[in-house]
Design a protein around this ligand. Structure first.
Ligand code: NDP
Length: 246
């Protein structure tokens, strides 16, 4: 079997109804994994794309308004792969930033991510390891950004958690890594792309000369979940068209 095949694996992707999560779900299914598409909205479009690609997927309702929502989800279900993709952003100057926005962003981006990792790891480690976690971080895991204090803090936290969890679990057969996407064409960045001035400023700074596609992130996720990536632990891989190389 190819060192890049996910045949026989079972994966759960959070926020799989759209954007990067959708592309990752399709990519994992194309590589042979059976994929559970978790979302707070329905994942019908993703399920149709997976079916069209000849893959297998099923939906799961999961809303991280309760950060502990994944508790019990993995028990006895034979999962090998977890992709923590769900994330939100709320913009305001730090001087005005509202406590409710801070709490919402931290709950979804950081608290839910940690306790979903914990629920998954308890299951995988209890059967002797052999699993993969991929967390979706951000350029703002490395940089400051503007008017996004909770998002930046949460994504720095995702990078930190990825390292500590890798450190704790690498020796027990569970690989934990993260992907830090650059500027990717999804609903998340629609407003930025619609603003000619800001869009041009961003494009001018990307060495690759284009925005990223969700599929660029999916390819990296498939690789990190594959046997070929067995010796990668605690990496936060930036997939950003060279943004951080500048
Ligand atoms: P989208 O807004 O298209 O997708 C975000 C996903 O998270 C959606 O599926 C959304 O579901 C889900 N989500 C949000 N809140 C919750 C919740 N309470 N419970 C469960 N799921 C929830 O954005 P992207 O695809 O662009 O983003 C995906 C990830 O990539 C995020 O973690 C984001 O921070 C990260 N990222 C994106 C970048 C980009 O340029 N696009 C750059 C760097 C990082 P719903 O549709 O129901 O709201």
């Amino acid at each position: 079997m190819s060192r890049f095949s996910l045949e026989g694996r079972r994966a759960l992707v959070t926020g799989a109804n759209a954007g990067i999560g959708q592309a990752i779900a399709v990519g994992l299914a194309e590589a042979g994994a059976a994929v559970v598409c978790a979302g707070r909205r329905d994942c019908d479009e993703t399920l149709a794309l997976v079916a069209a690609a000849g893959g297998r997927a099923e939906p799961l309702a999961l809303d991280f308004a309760d950060p502990m929502a994944a508790k019990g989800v993995f028990e006895g279900e034979g999962f090998d792969i977890l992709v923590n993709n769900a994330g939100i952003i709320r913009r305001a100057d730090s001087v005005d930033y509202a406590e409710a926005d801070w709490d919402d962003v931290m709950d979804v981006n950081l608290k839910a991510l940690f306790f979903t990792c914990q629920a998954f790891a308890r299951e995988v480690l209890s059967r002797g390891g052999g699993g993969r976690i991929v967390n979706i971080a951000s350029l703002l895991s490395f940089q400051g950004g503007v008017r996004v204090p909770a998002y930046t803090a949460s994504k720095h936290g995702v990078a930190g958690l990825t390292k500590i969890l890798a450190n704790e679990w690498a020796g027990r057969g569970l690989n934990v890594n993260a992907i830090a996407p650059g500027y990717i064409e999804t609903a998340n960045t629609e407003a930025l792309r619609a603003d000619p001035e800001r869009s041009k400023a961003i494009l001018d700074r990307i060495p690759a000369g284009r925005w990223g596609a969700a599929e660029d992130i999916a390819g990296t996720a498939v690789f990190l979940c594959s046997p070929a990536a067995a010796y990668i632990h605690g990496a936060v891989l930036n997939v950003d068209g060279g943004w951080l190389a500048r």
